[in-house]
Ligand binder design. Structure first.
Ligand code: SAH
Ligand code: SF4
Ligand code: F3S
Length: 492
């Protein structure tokens, strides 16, 4: 049992220190990466001796929770190599973990790269790395090779585990552009150091990729086909992090409801949740994202039965128009979505529902849009992310005719946002006057006499307290609701 209580990173450190660099690199993972961590560590020490200072790094994340989790893995490896983490772009290694779900995500990266180039001119040791979803697009790599020669290191979504090997190459050949992109995941390597952002909560990947090919969406092209981890691997990881102090996990997948279908021994998402909630010391289980088409009656039952599973569902609607939902390849219609919501609410009456909505999908008429508004009024979401449709090269929707004019989209977007905010405010406030458990996350950024945390339904609560409360669950009386957050008082 001694090994079990040991921190995961310490276990890796022992293995890394045991690597023999006089031998060629092992072929099998993760040992190959342990070897390269050790090798990069030595090279970095040489460079630091020459520079007369420690070298620093910063990994900057764009996009979703998947990328945020990947960035924690990148940071874990870089820290193990010996880089010191800083929060500024004036670092010796800056890595952008990119997103390409909408065009503005890409634009941001190009904009900031210009700034990095001028920083690089002033720092002879500086290296720039790019990874993540954008790098899985061929035209982006072509553009990098042609116009962004100052970038040192480019890799994709399927080989982040190879970071140590790539950094090692890059440190040994600083004048070359190291590019390593895989079209699919040959293997998933997990046994590597991770630097978790929070000590008390963590994302846990339960599956990678997506098979759904919604016609507007680029994710299946850049993240590859769906692949579930086995329940054993997931349970082992969660037990380990719970032993390190984690009380809340967020299970991550593009469509968690199709978890486990392609495993050798198929397991449903509902069954996985039952196994996870048995873990002692774990207090809260969240998950994201739940595709309405695959949400099973068993999942609803399990959510109603086990208190550790948080009463919150992020249930992307995308559109309220059955006609558009079909063109989007979503495999549900307005009626079946509303029926699903009724069944969820009947089983878990207090549940908070949140959603994603796209405005301006090709061919969207005023009638289609009014169907979306109607669903928002009927479902009454606690909050909703609203997006303007963005044309993604290579997706079926990009080739569809009747793209909606910009001014029409803008008008609809504003009307939707106003409705979503009105409903969101009313919904969020429904617990005013009650006492709820709040997991404290941080000292309030504006007012240091307050701490900020979240209720089980994900609502934000601020209340008087200090840093000693971080990571604990506190009973808080919800005094008032201010739009999208509560002000409260701890109940002793
Ligand atoms: N797998 C998740 C979504 C991941 S992408 C799901 O199916 O719900 C997050 C959100 O980005 C999507 O829900 C969608 O609303 C939005 N999105 C995806 N592609 C988009 C595009 N081309 N234009 C605008 N929004 C898009
Ligand atoms: Fe994109 Fe659809 Fe997959 Fe979500 S389910 S990632 S929206 S293709
Ligand atoms: Fe963006 Fe990739 Fe996530 S495209 S939304 S970071 S899966």
């Amino acid at each position: 049992m001694k090994r079990y209580s040991m921190r995961a990173n310490e276990k890796y450190q022992e293995l890394i220190a045991g690597m023999d660099l006089t031998k060629p690199a092992p072929e099998n993972e993760p040992f190959r990466q342990y070897y390269f961590i050790e090798r990069a560590k030595n090279k970095l020490k040489e460079i630091e001796a020459e520079a007369g200072r420690k070298l620093t790094f910063n990994v900057i994340t764009f996009g979703c929770q998947m990328n945020a989790r990947d960035s924690e893995k990148l940071r874990g490896i870089l820290e193990e190599i010996g880089y010191v983490r800083v929060e500024t772009e004036e670092a010796d290694l800056v890595i952008y973990n990119t997103c390409t779900v909408r065009d503005n995500a890409n634009k941001k990266v190009y904009g900031r790269l210009g700034k990095l180039q001028s920083l690089k001119r002033q720092n002879p040791y500086m290296q720039i790395g790019l990874c993540g979803c954008m790098m899985q697009e061929e035209q982006v790599i072509e553009k990098m090779k042609k116009s962004y020669r100052f970038v040192n290191l480019i890799f994709g979504t399927h080989n982040i585990y190879k970071l140590a090997e790539l950094v090692s190459r890059s440190l040994e050949q600083p004048d070359q552009m190291v590019i390593d992109i895989q079209q699919s995941a040959d293997q998933v390597v997990e046994e590597l150091p991770v630097d978790r952002k929070y000590s008390f909560k963590s994302g846990v990947n339960i599956m990678y990729g997506c098979n759904n090919f919604c016609t507007y969406c680029i994710v299946p092209y850049v993240r590859g086909r769906e692949k579930s981890r086995t329940p054993e691997e997931i349970l082992c990881e969660i037990r380990q992090i719970v032993s390190e102090g984690v009380v809340e996990v967020m299970l991550l997948g593009q469509n968690v409801n199709s978890y486990g279908k392609n495993l050798e021994k198929p397991v449903s998402f509902a069954e996985l949740l039952v196994m996870i909630q048995e873990i002692e010391g774990l207090e809260r289980i969240r998950f994201m994202t739940s595709h309405p088409k695959d949400l099973s009656p068993e999942l609803i039952e399990v959510m109603a039965k086990y208190p550790k599973i948080c009463p919150h569902q992020h249930l992307p609607l995308q559109s309220g128009s059955s006609r558009l939902l079909q063109k989007m390849n979503r495999h549900y219609d307005k009626e079946s979505y509303l029926d699903l919501v009724d069944r969820i609410r009947a089983a878990v009456p207090d549940i908070s529902l949140t959603t994603d909505i796209i405005v301006g999908f090709p061919g969207e008429t005023e009638e289609d849009f009014l169907e979306t508004m109607d669903v928002v009024e009927k479902v009454r979401y606690d909050s909703a992310f609203t997006f303007i449709y963005s044309k993604r090269t290579g997706t079926p929707a990009a080739a569809m005719e009747d793209q909606v004019p910009e001014d029409v989209i803008k008008d609809r977007f504003d009307r939707l946002l106003a409705l979503v905010q009105k409903v969101g405010r009313e919904q969020t406030a429904r617990f005013t006057g009650q006492t709820k458990k709040v997991l404290v996350e941080q000292v309030n950024e504006q007012d240091p006499s307050l701490v900020t945390g979240r209720m089980d339904n994900n609502s934000v609560v601020h209340f008087p307290g200090d840093a000693s409360l971080i990571g604990t669950l506190v009973d808080v009386h919800l005094d008032e609701c201010h739009g999208f957050y509560y002000m409260g008082t701890a109940v002793r």
